[in-house]
Design a protein around this ligand. Structure first.
Ligand code: 173
Length: 321
């Protein structure tokens, strides 16, 4: 009874091995929407080194470059179409694919929790369906955005001020009366230098990467939202990977996310550095500060739910505390 079954099972296994091609190393092309000298790219390169060391004969990541290789607002489309395999970008840079991309800034729980509570699965349902992308994971957490200014304000009123934005900040700053001007990060320095803008949005970390401190007088506290930079992959390419290839990639993605605590230190260091560079902090009273942050979230969720009545409410439920 037992032996013929066992024999059959062996025969089936042998047949599978005989027909499957020998495992081949796959190389994936990776592009960053952020400049080479940023902390984002340092984290990416550290992950790539580990994947490549462990992935010999299985999977290799080939880092092509940053904005010099491809304009930041085109990275999403290049992933969607398969021109590149993996992009490191922020959702705000590919709202030209789907408005939902910009919702990741609204997460109030970390990646470990998102992978547990269903947020990660929801993101992938949307990213698969609407963008032809697999959302791999996030290389930054615990990092708020701030408003930086060259003109002093004493209340959250930006009437008469021109502020550089991306979709991250557009609705919030516009709701405070600002005239908003969208630019990629690479154009911020010149815009400040020429007085084209009176301020800009950016996370608490990173203004020193392109010397914006030279052209920045004030930072408004508190910060708001949670800066998001993630790895997204062409969906067809993801599906074409073997299970061991996917496992390798995901293991290192999750390990990278586990290191996101390091952002707390980076953020503290940059906050000190900003003070040393002479950047003054503008604050409001407690009630005004609370309203400022509440308004940031409410304005963003209202417009997200308007453009995505299907997924907006689901994301709000799973992304919020
Ligand atoms: O360019 C930006 O201000 C922006 O949208 C962003 C998003 C995430 C991290 C850093 C910047």
């Amino acid at each position: 009874m037992f032996r013929p079954m066992l024999k059959l099972a062996f025969a089936a296994c042998a047949a599978v091995f005989a027909t499957s091609a020998p495992a081949q190393e796959t190389t994936l092309k990776v592009v960053s929407a952020f400049a080479e000298n940023t902390e984002y790219v340092k984290k990416l390169e550290s992950m790539i080194r580990k994947v490549n060391a462990e992935g010999k004969g299985l999977l290799q990541l080939n880092f092509i470059g940053g904005p010099k290789a491809m304009p930041p607002f085109e990275v999403g489309k290049a992933v969607q179409s398969g021109v590149i395999d993996i992009g490191m970008s922020t959702g705000a840079f590919y709202t030209n694919i789907m408005p939902e991309a910009d919702a990741l800034k609204l997460t109030q729980i970390n990646m470990q929790e998102q992978r547990k509570n269903g947020a990660y699965d929801l993101i992938n349902r949307i990213w698969n369906e609407k963008a032809g992308m697999q959302y791999l994971g996030r290389v930054i957490d615990y990092t708020p955005f701030h408003l930086y200014l060259n003109k002093k304000i004493d209340k959250p009123d930006l009437t008469g001020l021109k502020i550089r934005v991306t979709p991250v900040y557009r609705d919030f700053f516009a709701a405070m009366g600002a005239t908003v001007i969208t630019t990629p990060p690479g154009e911020v320095y010149t815009a400040l230098e020429r007085g084209v803008v009176d301020g800009y949005g950016w996370p608490i970390q990173g203004i020193f990467d392109a010397n914006w401190q030279e052209k920045t007088k004030y930072r408004v506290d508190p910060g708001f939202y949670s800066a998001e930079v993630s790895l997204v992959m062409n969906l067809g390419k993801w599906k074409s990977l073997t299970q061991p290839q996917r496992d390798l990639l995901m293991r290192h993605m999750i390990a990278t996310e586990a290191e996101n605590d390091s952002w707390k230190v980076l953020n503290e260091n940059d906050t000190k550095r900003q003070a040393q560079a002479g950047i003054q902090v503008i604050t409001f009273d407690a009630a005004t500060s609370r309203q400022y942050v509440e308004k940031a979230y409410n304005v963003a969720w209202d417009s997200m739910i308007k453009v995505s009545p299907q997924y907006g409410p689901q994301m709000r439920k799973l992304f919020s505390k």
